[in-house]
Structures are given as C-alpha cells and as structure tokens.
Design a protein around this ligand. Sequence first.
Ligand SMILES: NC(=O)c1ccc[n+]([C@@H]2O[C@H](COP(=O)([O-])OP(=O)(O)OC[C@H]3O[C@@H](n4cnc5c(N)ncnc54)[C@H](O)[C@@H]3O)[C@@H](O)[C@H]2O)c1
Length: 243
Amino acid sequence: MAERLEGKVVVITGAGRGQGAAEARLFARAGARVVVTDVREDEGRAVAEELGDQGLYVRHDVSDPASWATVVKEAVHAFGTVSALVNNAALWRTAHVERQRLDEFEALLRVNLLGPFLGIQAVAPVLRAGGGGSIVNISSTAGLVGIPGHAAYGSTKFGLRGLTRSAALDLAGDRIRVNSVHPGAIDTPMVAEAVAGRDWSHVPLGRIGRPEEVGELVLFLCSDASSYITGTEFTVDGGMTAA
Ligand SMILES: NC(=O)c1ccc[n+]([C@@H]2O[C@H](COP(=O)([O-])OP(=O)(O)OC[C@H]3O[C@@H](n4cnc5c(N)ncnc54)[C@H](O)[C@@H]3O)[C@@H](O)[C@H]2O)c1
C-alpha cells in the first residue's frame, strides 16, 4: 500500500514526538512528503532528518499567526504545495475545575483550539489552489465526554469538535474536507507519567493504544480513500467511550 499518500504533501504540527512523529514516519512510508513542525527544535529536526528527502522541519508555534505563515511559505518552497494538514500539537494539563489556573486555561486554549483555527486559516488557501485537500483535527475522548479534572483541556477539545464541523461546512465547496479524531489513552510522552503502571481493565480492548493506531486512521483521512468523508468525528479509544 506504498501508494496511499503518493504525491501528497502533509503538514503535521507537534510532530517532534508522540503521535505526530509516528504519523510523520507512517506517512513518509506511504509516499508522502511531510512537513514536521514543533516548538521542540531538536526532536522536530531529528524526525524530519529520518525521512530524508521526504521530510522538512519548520520551527513552529501553532498559537502564533506569523509562525503559520512561515510554515506555509517553507512547505510550498520545498515541496510546491500542501495537500493535507494534521492539527496535532497540544498541551495537556489537569486540575479540578475550582483550582484550574486562569493562565493555564488560556495557554491550553491558545495551543489546542486557537492553533488549529489559525492553521485552517493559513492552509485553506493553498489547499483550495490545489483543487482541495484534507484537514484532520486531533481532539480527544475528552472532547466527547466529560472527564474529571479536564475543565480546561476538555473545553479546548470539545471546542475543536465544533470548529471541525463549522469549518467542514464552510470549506466543502472548495473540496476541502475537515474531520476530527478522538484518541483515548495513547502511549506517548504527553501522558507517560500519568499512565505508568496503570491497570487497563476498564478499556474494553484491555490495553493502552499505540501512536501508530491513531496514525493509521489519520493516514486514511489524509488520503483520497476518504474522499466522501467530511465534518465527522472518529474515535480511536479501544472501546472506552462505547458504553
Ligand atoms: N496521548 C494521549 O493519551 C492522548 C489522548 C487523547 C488525545 N491526545 C491528543 O493527541 C495529540 C498528540 O498528542 P501526543 O500524545 O502525541 O502528545 P506529545 O506531548 O507527545 O506531543 C505533542 C507535541 O506538540 C508539541 N507542541 C506543544 N505546544 C506546541 C506549540 N505551541 N506549537 C507547536 N508544537 C507544540 C510538543 O512539543 C510535542 O512535541 C494531541 O492533540 C493530544 O491532545 C493524546
């Protein structure tokens, strides 16, 4: 299936580690050229270097509009176009709603929700010029159900779901598809400390997910195999929210 993303240029935010890095590797193996963006310069550069001619690292803060302009400019300069955007970068912090700090709430809002919004604004014109494309917003099961301690994070992830549906309707006429992906617990550096030694018997599939298991779904949504799918939510959580 090496042809699944042949000819595609995909921008993945926060791809220096975790799910974004796994997607960068998976997508390159499927034939894509990948723009790896992250605030973590060493990690981001290392992932892009692994991909050889198919990889480009751009230092990027998703909450900064000027930084998005740089990403689009560098992507087009290096690879000629952009075919898909994965809004993956995010911050995770938890606190009881009464003890949630305002500065942290605002930081999560800026990275997890404003970031993808700015990304859609920055990338849509290039996708449109290329005849269409795909935008995948990485939300969370915390964007589908309430979870204790997730007042800030959950608000941003529920918000991302609303942004996805609205943007999908605004952009459908340009053949730009916008969907959201809702991972459950996935084994990445983001949650490493919180999940260490945990029992997974509450998950119907009985284990934590692997980054590649989210990546396969995101790959499908970036590929032409999902050409009639837009404005939709996809859960990848081992069955956790099925009950
Ligand atoms: N791991 C999980 O259990 C889990 C569960 C549900 C949803 N998610 C979501 O999946 C996505 C990927 O998470 P992950 O688990 O791979 O996390 P991670 O922390 O391992 O990776 C996230 C990356 O985003 C980058 N980043 C943070 N702020 C940034 C900014 N302002 N600009 C650019 N890059 C920035 C980080 O440097 C990091 O490399 C996130 O949207 C996260 O909310 C993760």
